[in-house]
Design a protein around this ligand. Structure first.
Ligand code: TRP
Length: 449
């Protein structure tokens, strides 16, 4: 069913690099530590891993199968497989949510740019928790700087996206992902030698289930979806650029493992420092931005490390945001016949408008609350805890129940005996575990059950 003239990722390494590039980003290094901090540490990590492997991997395979089989963007993939049905709504959920995520994500990516700039020009080596807190707050609540960085970040996206799939996305990911891994490992080792490393590690690895609420279970699931880039058809779009030879199950498993590994490394870097420098683990979205500078201040050549770290975080965010934008750009180009450049302009333009609102929600729009949340928190909550799980549930129901079974098995193509057993388990999870589990966690988390 694949279209022949569609762009394809050039190499096997490229496929893994772009998929991991999409998955690894602020979700792992910024969002995971702060969510784990708010939701009690070890128990959150354990639940998150459960959701990643029992629900995330099957949903990821479902996205891969739908994408590669149809060779289409998220909207027309469902239209082709189930013409005239309401399934194409999944595509629209994906497009809407991807723009919401892109908006608040760009604000945080903008923060990383501010920190790169500061590391280069004005690295002051502050260690005190209150001083770091004040410094971040003064910046985030000012009205023009965060907005400027958000817009600049979106312009960087534009520059890469307008160049197209192989030239832009694949090249950037191939180089950056390995580099990010190496530097994270170096920082983990550094954190393990901090005075209160033990406390930090036991916060992260010793589960205390008494702290868990239905809401934190929902957050752990939302985090799994967010971090794996699932539920919006982002991976449907990417898989439409995969070649027939890409092994889907292996790629899914590898992506989920590497992604979780990066999140755990981020935890190992952050929590020893949180306890050593007397910070509150439940500080929320600012956690990482207040704790990391204290780590750098202690290190020899701190300014250099700081620059390098925030630079890589910025670049990892870029490889994630281009995957978000690609969802709607692919739809506009394939279905509306728009030129890639114009589609990119429209996508980035909308994100700039919403991104500005999110950036200002730490400053002059801080008083604007919807359901008690600022715009930034609202966009994050609605997309991660509502739209992604909803999209993920529908995608796994579609692949498990509606899609022709022979197509599903053919695309997942298990050659070895172990592979066939794994395939059975995977399809079982796709059909019987993921949909009800997502529904129950979602309803309990929003307080309906
Ligand atoms: N997974 C990315 C991260 O952890 C964010 C991301 C990229 C994403 N593409 C997505 C989240 C699509 C949801 C859907 O930073």
């Amino acid at each position: 069913m694949q279209q022949n003239n569609r762009a394809q990722f050039a190499t096997r390494l490229g496929v893994v690099a772009v998929t991991v590039g999409s998955a690894v980003g602020l979700g792992n290094i910024w969002r995971f530590p702060y969510e784990a901090g708010v939701n009690g540490g070890g128990a959150f990590l354990l639940l998150n891993l459960f959701f990643v492997f029992v629900i995330g991997v099957p949903v990821m395979c479902a996205e891969f199968v739908i994408g590669r089989h149809t060779g289409s963007n998220v909207r027309s993939a469902f239209r082709r497989l189930a013409p005239g049905s309401a399934w194409s709504l999944v595509g629209y959920i994906g497009i809407t949510a991807s723009i919401l995520i892109l908006s608040f994500y760009s604000v945080v990516a903008g923060w990383t740019m501010e920190y790169i700039y500061r590391s280069l020009t004005d690295f002051c080596g502050i260690r005190s928790a209150t001083a770091l807190h004040d410094r971040f707050d003064t910046f985030a609540s000012s009205n023009w700087r965060p907005v400027m960085w958000t817009l600049l970040f979106l312009l960087c996206n534009y520059a890469i996206l307008a160049r197209g799939v192989e030239k832009g996305i694949e090249k950037v990911s191939n180089i950056l992902m390995p580099l990010l891994f190496i530097i994270l490992i170096a920082f983990c080792i550094n954190s393990l030698f901090m005075p209160d490393a033990g406390k930090g590690l036991s916060f992260l690895f010793r589960p205390d289930f008494s702290q868990l609420t239905p809401k934190s279970v929902l957050s752990a699931m939302g985090q799994a979806f967010f971090s794996l880039s699932l539920g919006l058809g982002c991976l449907i779009t990417y898989a439409s650029y995969f070649s027939r030879r890409t092994p889907l199950m292996k790629t899914a498993f590898l992506t989920a493992s590497l992604d979780s590994f990066v999140a755990i490394m981020a935890g190992v870097i952050i929590f020893p420092a949180v306890f050593t420098y007397g910070k509150e683990p439940a500080a929320g979205p600012k956690l990482v931005f207040e704790v990391l500078p204290a780590i750098f201040a202690e290190m020899p050549l701190g300014a250099l490390w700081s620059t390098l770290f925030f630079l890589l975080l910025f670049l990892a965010s870029l490889t994630s945001t281009i995957s978000m934008s690609e969802i709607s750009i692919a739809c506009m180009c394939d279905d509306l016949g728009m030129k890639r450049r114009n589609a990119t302009r429209l996508n980035i333009g909308i994100a700039m408008a919403f991104g500005t609102l999110c950036a200002l929600s730490f400053g002059c729009l801080g008083g604007v609350r919807v359901f008690g949340m600022t715009l930034f928190n609202l966009f994050d909550y609605v997309s991660s805890n509502v739209l992604l799980p909803l999209g993920g549930m529908l995608i796994s129901i579609f692949a498990g129940w509606r899609l022709n079974h022979a197509v599903l098995k053919g695309e997942l193509d298990a050659t070895s005996r172990g592979g066939r057993i794994f395939l059975r388990i995977l399809i079982f999870c796709m059909r019987y575990v993921a949909p009800p589990c997502i529904l129950i966690v979602f309803l309990a988390g929003i307080g309906v059950l």
